[in-house]
Design a protein around this ligand. Sequence first.
Ligand SMILES: [Mg+2]
Length: 88
Amino acid sequence: MEISALQKIVKDRYFETDNAKGIYHTALWFHEEVGELSSAIASGNKENAKEEFADVLMWLLTLANIMDIDMEDAIAAYLNDAGKMPSK
Ligand SMILES: [Mg+2]
């Protein structure tokens, strides 16, 4: 599945309710899921980590949708920036 297709699915399913909550409230949910992923990684529970990776990705795409950011464009720009390394 391509990122744009996944982002559209997330938009179709969650945009209306998450946009109504607002970006800050939705960002709190995203951060909660990042915490759950960190806990799953720390515990070594791969099945739980698998679920939490998906949660984090879904909430990330929801945030991008609320801000009207096309993640496929964002990632293409990132990858085309030859000298760019992941931020730490
Ligand atoms: Mg979760």
